[in-house]
Each structure stands twice: as C-alpha cells, then as structure tokens.
Write a new protein. Structure first.
Length: 210
C-alpha cells in the first residue's frame, strides 16, 4: 500500500485548482479538442454557513479522520503559511475561486506536525462516446519537503474503485520547488492522456489525493 504524507506537512502543497477534463487537439490523438467536461469552481453560496457548497456528486475523503480536507476558497488575497507565502492560484477562471488544500496552514502551529492524507473525488464522467480522454488542469503549489515520503496522485477508476490507475501529478518537484518552476500563484498546466483507462467508458471517476 502507498504511504501518503508520512512526515506530512513540512510539505506545503497549496492553492490547488482543477480546471477541466478535456479532449484536446494533440497530434496523434483522436478527436478535435472539444471540451466535454469542465469544472471552474464557481462554488460560492452565501446561503451555506461555510459560504460555499460543492455541486452534487463531489465527495471528500479524510482518510486519517483529522477533520481537515479540500475546500473552496474565493479569489482574494489570503497568503498561506509564514514559510511558503503561497497566494491563492490566479487561474484563468480565478474570479470563480479555487479548490484548495492548505496543508502548511493546517500545520503552522502543530508540533509535532500531523500527517495529512486527503482526497477529492469528482462526479462520474461519461466518456462512452469519446475515443480519446485527456485530463488538463491548472495548479499552483510549493513543495516544502526534502524527502520522498509524500505523494500527489490522480487516480482514475471505471469500476467504482475496485481497480484504479495512478498518475503522479507532483511534477517531480523537490524541496522549495514549484511545478514547471512557476512563480507563486501563477498556474502551471498538468496534462495526462488517460485514454487507455477511460476512453469509451460510461462510469469514469477521478480522484486527487495529497
């Protein structure tokens, strides 16, 4: 079994926003680049006590039951952690807000630091009429961990999690690194062709785990 965030939260993976699941016009791939599923996180809801509400079908998983999980954050000036100084992601749809997991903020005053192992599962996506499926999203984070005991994963299942394929979405960053060496708050683009798993499948589920 994988070991997630064993020394967690010296690790700082912050301001995360997933933009869309797409079928882009990439050489060698079928399809015309048509977007058939998109999520831009316009989740603000003043009628909810939290000020936001996830649409139906999203699920949050707090594996270690510490009461901390992914959440929506509006497009404002919050800066996370005295160490990383990581601002909210200024994505192309920043006005809608972002999907975030402020790991370092959770552990800023915890000593010893507490392991975090959290997931968000997207609603079922029907890919039955698509021969090519590519996941694309915008992300911003800083790694503040100097060992290999942490993981950032995207998992894909077509059989309600009896089986799943795993994709490393860490960009291979090391201590104090950012994806594609971007500056704080500026989005990097992650892209993965998941056609071998998802193409032609009616019950595709995607889970992100930090």
């Amino acid at each position: 079994m994988r070991k997630l965030f064993t020394l967690a939260i010296v690790l700082c993976l912050i301001s995360q926003a997933f933009a869309q699941v797409t079928k882009p016009a990439t050489p060698g791939l079928k399809g015309n680049g048509q977007v058939f599923y998109r999520e831009t996180f316009g989740w603000a809801d003043p009628t909810d006590p939290r000020g936001w509400k996830a649409p139906e079908g999203f699920r949050f998983k707090d594996t270690t039951d510490i009461g901390f999980n992914w959440h929506w954050w509006g497009n404002d000036s919050l800066v996370d952690s005295k160490y990383t100084r990581e601002p909210p992601l200024r994505s192309t749809t920043a006005e809608n807000g972002n999907l975030c997991l402020f790991l370092s903020k959770y552990n800023e005053f915890n000593d010893p630091r507490i392991d975090v192992n959290n997931s968000i599962i997207f609603p079922v996506i029907d890919c039955s009429s698509h021969g090519t499926v590519v996941v694309t999203y915008e992300t911003s984070f800083m790694c503040y961990e100097d060992n290999n005991t942490w993981e950032m994963l995207m998992e894909v299942s077509v059989d309600n999690w009896l089986h799943s394929a795993q994709f490393d979405v860490s960009f291979g960053v090391n201590h104090k690194g950012r994806p594609d060496k971007t500056t704080a708050g500026i989005p990097a683009i992650f892209r993965a062709n998941i056609s071998d798993v998802a193409a032609g499948q009616p019950n595709v589920q995607i889970k992100f785990t930090w």
